[in-house]
Ligand binder design. Structure first.
Ligand code: IFM
Length: 423
């Protein structure tokens, strides 16, 4: 395997549960249980016509059940051909723990072979695999005994990590142990939106956070023991924040939240990273809420909403620049391992990519060591508790036929890649 650390990587990212289809894990169980309630909740808000009449519509139960998803499990070669034709020289994917180890200690040889073929398919197309080992989903046996609330899960995860590293060490150079641990803790234990849906469970959240931190560190050691040359890095969701009005209190809130949401995890695993993966989507304007009725009690988010995605996220490309400048303080190579927009009509995506890359470029010119950019996502896919309606893909997926249609913005992104790499 050629060591290509200095090359700039262009690509897109996916995660197993969101694209593969046919998974059995804690999410697939949860989806079936909550689909009706999620569809009902969706019916209480107003929807633009183009989302309401798409298939599946946010008002339909099947929108919230991942089911066959994009059937990427069987169509990965077709999908990688598309990525290749779009000028990508890398791809970020995740391995599904519940497939590899559906029962504790029982590894599924067929699935191990499957992912070997997936990774080889990337290599055969000259695309560098960036492999995430856990992208939020847990095998049922892990969830049943308390998931990441329990220290035992760290030990169990490391056994899976060890097996997978031994299997693919000659094919994979870049490893990412955990996807966005902070988002997982926030969504599952503070907002209570993701399984196991514990709301404002601060003590449990802190325990889960510590277990994930331990899992990251120990995965770093396990991978390096088996594959000393491997590069192991965090995948981190960073939110750019600014005060809603420039008051002392709002500024103080921004500083505090910036540490908790953005840098606490990175600070505590700083010695266990060969690179930093930054995932940037949106910006929040933070405001003190004296009546305790803000998004997080005394803290509220009040965005301008002049440019928003289909998900209602505020678009603020400058945030990319500030975040990579701050992340540069860790003095590690940086990869933007996710950045993307839900835009079903494909009317904002080209500009979105262009603007974020311009701000990334400004950081590079000022000395930030950015070595890759992965758009989220290659395909439209299953956006967790929102289901299928958010359309993040460079490639549109028709969920009736599973036909893939390359969006115009994907070709525009290709032109940028070609311009930058002189091809
Ligand atoms: O779809 C998710 C992904 O799983 C993790 N990062 C953010 C994306 C968009 O919400």
């Amino acid at each position: 395997m050629q060591k290509d650390e200095k090359k700039f990587f262009w690509g897109a990212a996916t995660s197993a549960h969101q694209v593969e289809g046919g998974n059995t894990n804690d999410w697939s169980l949860w989806e079936k249980k909550h689909a009706a309630a999620l569809a009902k909740k969706a019916s209480t808000r107003e929807w633009p016509e183009h989302l309401l009449h798409a298939y599946p519509s946010p008002l339909e139960e099947q929108n919230y059940i991942s089911g066959r998803a994009c059937d990427h499990y069987h169509r990965y070669e077709e999908d990688f051909d598309i990525a290749k034709s779009l000028g990508h020289n890398a791809h970020r994917l995740s391995i599904e723990w519940s497939r590899i180890e559906p029962e504790e200690g029982k590894f599924n040889e067929k699935e191990i072979e499957h992912y070997r073929q997936v990774i080889k398919a990337l290599r055969a197309r000259g695309m560098e695999p960036f492999v995430t080992l856990w992208h939020w989903t847990n095998p049922l046996w892990v969830a049943k005994r308390g998931g990441w609330e329990r220290k035992e899960t760290v030990r169990a995860f490391l056994k899976y990590v060890e097996r997978v590293t031994r299997e693919y060490k000659d094919l994979v150079q870049f490893w990412m142990p955990l996807n966005e641990p902070g988002t997982f803790v926030g969504m599952s234990y503070i907002q209570g939106a993701f399984p196991p849906q514990k709301r404002l469970a601060f003590f449990t959240a802190n325990r889960v956070f510590k277990n994930l931190m331990r899992a990251h560190r120990e995965t770093y050691s396990v991978i390096h023991q088996i594959a000393p040359e491997a590069r192991v890095g965090i995948s981190h969701y960073a939110v750019y924040m600014m005060p809603y009005e420039d008051t002392l209190l709002n500024r103080w809130l921004v500083r505090t939240l910036d540490y908790i949401r953005n840098w606490r995890f990175l600070d505590s695993v700083d010695d266990a990273n060969d690179f930093i993966g930054i995932q940037f989507y949106h910006t929040d304007r933070i405001k003190f809420s004296p009546l305790f009725n803000g998004r997080w009690g005394f803290i509220d988010v009040k965005n301008e909403n002049t440019r928003v995605t289909d998900m209602g996220w505020d678009v603020y490309p400058e945030g990319m620049y500030y975040l990579i400048k701050r992340a540069a303080q860790y003095k590690k190579p940086i990869y933007v391992t996710e950045n993307g927009i839900a835009d079903a009509k494909d009317i904002m995506r080209t500009q979105f990519i262009h603007d974020h890359l311009s701000w990334m470029q400004k950081g590079i010119v000022e000395g930030v060591d950015v070595r890759g950019y992965f758009y989220w996502s290659l395909l439209d896919n299953f956006e967790w508790d929102k289901g299928f309606w958010p359309r993040f893909g460079l490639v549109e997926v028709d969920y009736h036929t599973l036909e893939r249609r390359v969006r115009k913005s994907a070709w525009d992104f290709k032109k940028i890649i070609e311009g930058e790499s002189g091809t």
